[in-house]
Design a protein around this ligand. Structure first.
Ligand code: BEZ
Length: 209
C-alpha cells in the first residue's frame, strides 16, 4: 500500500465532509486520502485550511501538486472520476441531471440544518432570530416531504451521489436535531434510511463531535 497522495480537510460533524468520506468508502479509495481533522466554525477560521481555499470551506481536498479542490460537490465529482467501478455520478444524459438535482436537494436540506445548528448553538441567545430559524426548518420539512412523496423509488434504485447526499442529510438531522421527529411524517424515507444506514460506508462515517 502506497502513502496517501491527497489530504482531506475534515470535520467529523460535517454532513458535507461525510458525503466525501462515504464516496471514498463506496469507491474503495480511502487509502488514497489522508484525513486532517480541524475544529472549525464560521467564527474560528483555520489558517492552513484557508491556503488555496480563501473562503475556508470544508471539505477541501489538497491534491498531490498542492492545489486545493472545494466544495463537496467538486470533490465528489473529482474522486468519482478516479476509480474503475460504476460511476456514482452519472456521466451523461438525463440521469446525470436528475441525480445531481436530487443531490442538490440533499445539500439544501443539509445547508438549512447546519444554519439552524449555527443559529441555535453558536449565535448568542439575545441575537437569535426565531423567524429565520423557522424558515430554515421549513426548508428541511419541505425537502423531506418532497423526498417522501416524489423521490423514494429514485433514491432506492441505487446508492449513488443523490442517495449518499440524502443519507448524510438525514444522519446530520438525527445527530444535531434529535427531537425533529421526521420519521412519523416520512415513513418510506425512514425505512429507506434504516436500510442504507447499515452500509459499511455509512457505519464507518457516523458523525461525532
Ligand atoms: C457541526 O458541528 O454541526 C458542523 C461542523 C462543521 C460543519 C457543519 C456542521
Amino acid at each position: 500500500m502506497s502513502a496517501p497522495s491527497m489530504m482531506l480537510f475534515h470535520s467529523p460533524a460535517s454532513p458535507f465532509v461525510r458525503k466525501v468520506m462515504v464516496l471514498l468508502h463506496e469507491t474503495g479509495q480511502t487509502d488514497r486520502v489522508a484525513v486532517h481533522s480541524i475544529n472549525l466554525s464560521p467564527v474560528s477560521p483555520d489558517a492552513e485550511l484557508n491556503q488555496g481555499n480563501p473562503a475556508g470551506k470544508i471539505p477541501a481536498l489538497r491534491l498531490e501538486d498542492g492545489s486545493v479542490l472545494h466544495d463537496s460537490r467538486v470533490i465528489c465529482e473529482y474522486l468519482d472520476l478516479q476509480h474503475v467501478g460504476n460511476p456514482l455520478i452519472p456521466r451523461e444524459g438525463s440521469a446525470r441531471w436528475r441525480r445531481l438535482t436530487l443531490a442538490s436537494l440533499a445539500d439544501a436540506i443539509m445547508d438549512a440544518a447546519v444554519n439552524t445548528r449555527y443559529e441555535t448553538f453558536l449565535r448568542p441567545e439575545d441575537k437569535r432570530w426565531d423567524r429565520w430559524i423557522d424558515a430554515q426548518l421549513d426548508k428541511v420539512r419541505r425537502g423531506l416531504a418532497s423526498l417522501e412523496q416524489e423521490h423514494i423509488a429514485e433514491l432506492a434504485s441505487t446508492f449513488d451521489i443523490a442517495a449518499i447526499g440524502v443519507a448524510c442529510a438525514l444522519g446530520y438531522i438525527d445527530f444535531r436535531m434529535p427531537d425533529f421527529a421526521w420519521r412519523e411524517q416520512q415513513p418510506k424515507l425512514a425505512a429507506w434510511y434504516a436500510q442504507v444506514s447499515q452500509r459499511p460506508s455509512m457505519q464507518a462515517t457516523a458523525p461525532s463531535v
